[in-house]
Design a protein around this ligand. Structure first.
Ligand code: BGP
Length: 477
């Protein structure tokens, strides 16, 4: 029997997002983004959306891990691990500080020029998200976030500016990070960060959400078209938070309920990868008498701006029951129940490596487009030993098991997979909690939830493990 392996050009790397690493929140003309008005959280205590920077409150994203000042040192460490690519986002507010300006901020553009040059110097491909939970705050206060059609034009102007500027430096792009997380509009943080909207303040939140989405779908499709015109080599993907929902039992009602619930994920990729609204959504709008405003030509824009690949995050699965489930803020579904067959992290995220293979097969069979795992990882408390060592075997175990299933999906199931970028390859500010102590990195950052720490970087045990995985192209796990 012949042993099949991952393709030679497989994109191993790591992922972060601008607001969770950069800091320098008001440097070089940068304006405040929506994450600059989010306070720090603590275990079990949600982050607060303050809607302005209130003196005396603690805003961890303002400083983050100072990637803005230290990216050369960090990229050197990524190169030492053998990264082929590095996923981050461009902070919209470095380029358009308020969002509605006519001209971009040259200093902001220059920062990313230099950072991309540094990556390319080490043969690391940048993989860039245009909008990763960080729209300009001004677009929220003055325009109502993505409820306003004008924001489509502002986003497209931003996309065009950065596509033009980095046309020869960046080949891989994504439009909106985890676009489906606004589906969790009951958890204000997700809804707000995806759209600048606090859905619970609206009479009919789901109708508002679909309007927001329509604007984002149009904006994404327009960006894809413009990117391809600027450089036909560009690969522009969409990005889904993929949390597969298993039926809790083989009771037909549970199976049907799980399938129906998955549409709350697939509607996003159905539109972005097929170019039109699926019938189950059109029926839902009609049934619930939703009036989603569209302009003439929107349908054509959606058809012409289909994404090239599907990037997705994968952390966990959930199980759902047609009746009697308690609901869960993370999955956003009434009907979520703990799956007795899998364990969970300290934050209740269910650990399910097989679910990653299942996700890859489902997505590939549905769309027949290249896939890219752009987030996966294990958030955990790390302990620094007296000699400075960080023995994060739990993280190695998690990643090893997931990579093994990923390799099966490629070599056995035949999934076309572009690459793998584990989340938080360097410790950063956790999105949902605002904590530093929920760590994902191969690289430890000496920074703590109370704001103390000198930001020094050190290699964890997982650093050397991942280095060997990349060097062997997944052969030595
Ligand atoms: C995803 C986001 C990331 C990231 C990750 C881990 O939802 O795209 O920005 O933070 O989840 O989540 P957390 O940091 O809350 O553990």
């Amino acid at each position: 029997m012949k042993k099949l392996t991952l393709p030679k050009d497989f994109l191993w790397g790591g992922a972060v997002a601008a607001h969770q690493v950069e800091g320098g929140w008001n440097k070089e003309g940068k304006g405040p983004s929506i994450c600059d008005v989010l306070t720090g959280g603590a275990h079990g205590v949600p982050r607060e959306i303050t809607q302005e920077v209130i003196p005396g409150k603690y805003y961890p994203n303002h400083e983050a891990i100072d990637f803005h000042g230290r990216y050369k040192e960090d990229i050197k460490l990524f190169a030492e691990m053998g990264f082929k690519c590095f996923r981050t986002s461009i902070a919209w507010t470095r380029i358009f500080p308020k969002g509605d300006e006519q001209q971009p901020n040259e200093e902001g553009l220059k920062f990313y020029d230099d950072m991309f040059d540094e990556l390319l110097k080490h043969n690391i491909e940048p993989v860039i998200t245009l909008s990763h939970f960080e729209m300009p705050h001004h677009l929220v206060t003055e325009y109502g976030g993505w409820t306003n059609r004008k924001v489509v034009d502002f986003f497209v102007r931003f996309a065009e500016a950065v596509f033009e500027r980095y046309r020869s430096k960046v080949k891989y792009w994504m439009t909106f990070n985890e676009i489906n997380n606004q589906r969790n509009w009951r958890a204000p943080l997700f809804g707000y960060c995806c759209s600048g909207v606090v859905y619970t303040e609206h009479d009919n939140p789901e109708e508002v959400m679909y309007q927001v989405l329509h604007h984002q779908f149009v904006a994404s499709a327009m960006a894809v078209k413009i990117g391809h015109r600027i450089n036909p080599e560009m690969q522009i993907g969409c990005m889904l938070a993929m949390v597969p929902l298993y039926p809790f039992s083989c009771k037909p009602e549970d199976v049907m309920y799980a399938q129906e619930s998955m549409r709350e994920r697939y509607v996003f990729t159905d539109v972005q990868l097929r170019g039109y609204y699926p019938s189950y959504v059109l029926n839902e709008w009609e049934r619930r008498e939703f009036n989603i405003k569209m302009e003439a030509g929107d349908e054509q824009i959606l058809r012409e701006g289909v994404c090239d690949y599907l990037g997705f995050s994968y952390y966990m699965t959930n199980a759902v029951k047609a009746e009697g489930g308690s609901g869960d803020a993370l999955s956003g579904f009434q009907g979520s129940v703990p799956n007795p067959h899998v364990k969970a992290s300290d934050w209740g995220w269910q650990i399910d490596p097989v679910g990653l293979r299942y996700a890859l097969c489902e997505l590939y069979e549905r769309y027949q487009k290249p896939l890219f795992i752009v987030e996966n990882g294990f958030g955990a408390y790390d302990k620094v030993e007296e000699d400075g060592a960080i023995n994060d075997d739990y993280r190695i175990d998690y990643l090893k098991a997931h990579v093994a299933e990923m390799i099966k999906a490629v070599t056995y199931d035949g999934v076309d997979l572009m690459g793998y970028t584990p989340w938080g390859c360097i410790d950063c500010v956790s999105f949902t909690t605002g904590q530093y102590s929920k760590r994902y990195g191969f690289i430890y950052v000496n920074k703590h939830d109370d704001g103390t720490g000198d930001m020094s970087r050190s290699r964890k045990k997982s650093f050397n493990w991942y280095k060997e995985v990349i060097a062997s192209n997944g052969e030595n796990l």
